[in-house]
Design a protein around this ligand. Structure first.
Ligand code: NAD
Ligand code: TYD
Length: 335
C-alpha cells in the first residue's frame, strides 16, 4: 500500500483526483489535507472512508502540517491546494502568496525532511502568460505570469524546481489548461454560465468576449496527472491540454443553446484587468512520454457537465445560499 498526501482534496480538481484514485487503485491510500476555504466542499468526497484520511490543516501553517508528516509515512505528495481564482487575486493578492507560495515551500521542506519519494506540483498554463492569435505554450516557453494568481503559481513552480536542482528532490510539475466538469465552484466561467442560465440570470461576459482558453474536461486532467506520477521524469515539466480552444462567447452561446435559454442573457461587462488574451497548449511531450491524450471533445465535455449540474442542483444551491452569496452578488449582479 502506497500513501499519497493530496492537498486541496476538497476542491474541484483535487476531489476528482481522489475519487478517481480510490475508485481505481485499491493499493493506494489517500491523506487529504485541506484548510476548507470558501472553495472547498467536504461533500465532494461523501461516502469515501476506506483508505482515506482527512486533516483540516492550512499548508501555510508549517507546525500543523508537520504533524501530518510525523503521523504518517507518505510516499508521494500531490499539491493541489491553492487559491485558484484570477478575479479574487486581482482584488486581494496577499492570500495567494501565503497559500500558493509559502504553503508550497512548507510542503517541499517537509517532503524533503520526511523523504517523500515523489512530489508533484499541480500548476497551470497561466504561468506562461498570454498568447497572440497564433502559437502554443510548450514546456520551454519562458514564464511570464501576468496576474497575481499566475505569478504566485509561477513562484511555486520555480521553488519546486529549485528543490530538484539544489537538493536532488524527486520533483515533477504538471501544467494544465482550463478545467471544467463536475464539482467546479461556480465562480469559474463554465459552472457560472450553467447555473446563471438555469436560473434565468444575466451572464457577465468580460471585454469583447473573444478571449480564448484551451478547455479540458477534469477527468482527462486527472488521468494526465496519474500518467505523470507513473511515468514522469524527475525535474521535468509536463504540459497537459485539452485540444479544445474556444472563445468565451462561443462557450456561452453553446451552453445557452443546449439549455434552450435566450442569448439575451449575455451581458457584456467591463473587462478583467490585465485579461490574458489567449492560452493554447502544446502537450506533445506528455503524449510522447506517457501516451496521454484527452478523451473528451468540448461538446461531449460540456454536455456531460451540464447534465451533472442539472442533476446535482442541491450541491450548487447550498453554495449559492451560503457565505458565497454576498461575494457572488458583489462580483456578478451589481456590475
Ligand atoms: P479549487 O479552488 O476548486 O480548490 C482549492 C482547494 O484547496 C480547496 O479545497 C481549498 O480549501 C484548498 N486550499 C486552499 N488554500 C489552502 C491552504 N492554505 N491549505 C490547505 N488547503 C487549501 O481549485 P481547483 O480548481 O481544484 O485547482 C486545484 C489546483 O489546480 C490549483 O493548484 C490550481 O492552481 C491548479 N489548476 C487549476 C486549473 C483550473 O482550471 N481550475 C487549471 C490548471 C491548474
Ligand atoms: P475563469 O473561469 O475565471 O478562468 P481563468 O481566468 O483562470 O482562465 O475565466 C475563463 C475565461 O472566462 C476568462 O477569459 C475570463 C472569462 N470570464 C467571463 O467572461 N465572465 C465571467 O463571469 C468569468 C468568471 C470569466
Amino acid at each position: 500500500m502506497k500513501t499519497y498526501l493530496v492537498t486541496g482534496g476538497f476542491g474541484f480538481i483535487g476531489s476528482n483526483f481522489i475519487r478517481y484514485v480510490l475508485d481505481k487503485q485499491k493499493d493506494i491510500g489517500i491523506i487529504n489535507v485541506d484548510k476548507i476555504t470558501y472553495a472547498a466542499n467536504p461533500g465532494n468526497l461523501a461516502g469515501y472512508s476506506e483508505n482515506y484520511k482527512f486533516y483540516r490543516v492550512d499548508i501555510a501553517d508549517k507546525t500543523a502540517l508537520s504533524k501530518v508528516f510525523q503521523e504518517n509515512k507518505i510516499n508521494c505528495a500531490v499539491n493541489f491546494a491553492a487559491e485558484s481564482h484570477v478575479d479574487r487575486s486581482i482584488a486581494d493578492p496577499g492570500i495567494f502568496i501565503k497559500t500558493n507560495v509559502e504553503g508550497t515551500l512548507n510542503l517541499l521542506e517537509l517532503s524533503m525532511k520526511y523523504r517523500v519519494e515523489k512530489f508533484l506540483q499541480i500548476s497551470t498554463d497561466e504561468v506562461y502568460g498570454s498568447l497572440g492569435a497564433s502559437g502554443k505554450f510548450n514546456e520551454e516557453t519562458p514564464l511570464s505570469p501576468r496576474s497575481p494568481y499566475s505569478a504566485s503559481k509561477a513562484a511555486a513552480d520555480m521553488l519546486a524546481m529549485s528543490f530538484f536542482h539544489t537538493y536532488n528532490m524527486p520533483v515533477l510539475i504538471s501544467r494544465c489548461s482550463n478545467n471544467y466538469g463536475p464539482y467546479q465552484f461556480p465562480e469559474k466561467l463554465m459552472p457560472l454560465v450553467i447555473i446563471n442560465a438555469l436560473n434565468d440570470k444575466d451572464i457577465p461576459l468580460y471585454g469583447d468576449g473573444k478571449n480564448v482558453r484551451d478547455w479540458i474536461y477534469v477527468r482527462d486532467h486527472v488521468k494526465g496527472i496519474c500518467l505523470v506520477l507513473e511515468k514522469g521524469k524527475f525535474g521535468e515539466v509536463y504540459n497537459i491540454g485539452g485540444n479544445s480552444e474556444a472563445e468565451n462567447v462561443d462557450i456561452i452561446i453553446y451552453i445557452l443553446d443546449k439549455l434552450n435559454k435566450p442569448r439575451s442573457l449575455i451581458k457584456y461587462v467591463k473587462d478583467r484587468q490585465g485579461h490574458d488574451r489567449r492560452y493554447a497548449m502544446d502537450f506533445s511531450k506528455i503524449n510522447a512520454e506517457t501516451g496521454f491524450l484527452p478523451k473528451y471533445n468540448i461538446e461531449k465535455g460540456i454536455d456531460s457537465t451540464i447534465n451533472w449540474y442539472k442533476k446535482n442542483e442541491s450541491w450548487w444551491r447550498k453554495i449559492l445560499s451560503g457565505d458565497y452569496k454576498e461575494y457572488y452578488k458583489k462580483m456578478y449582479e451589481n456590475r
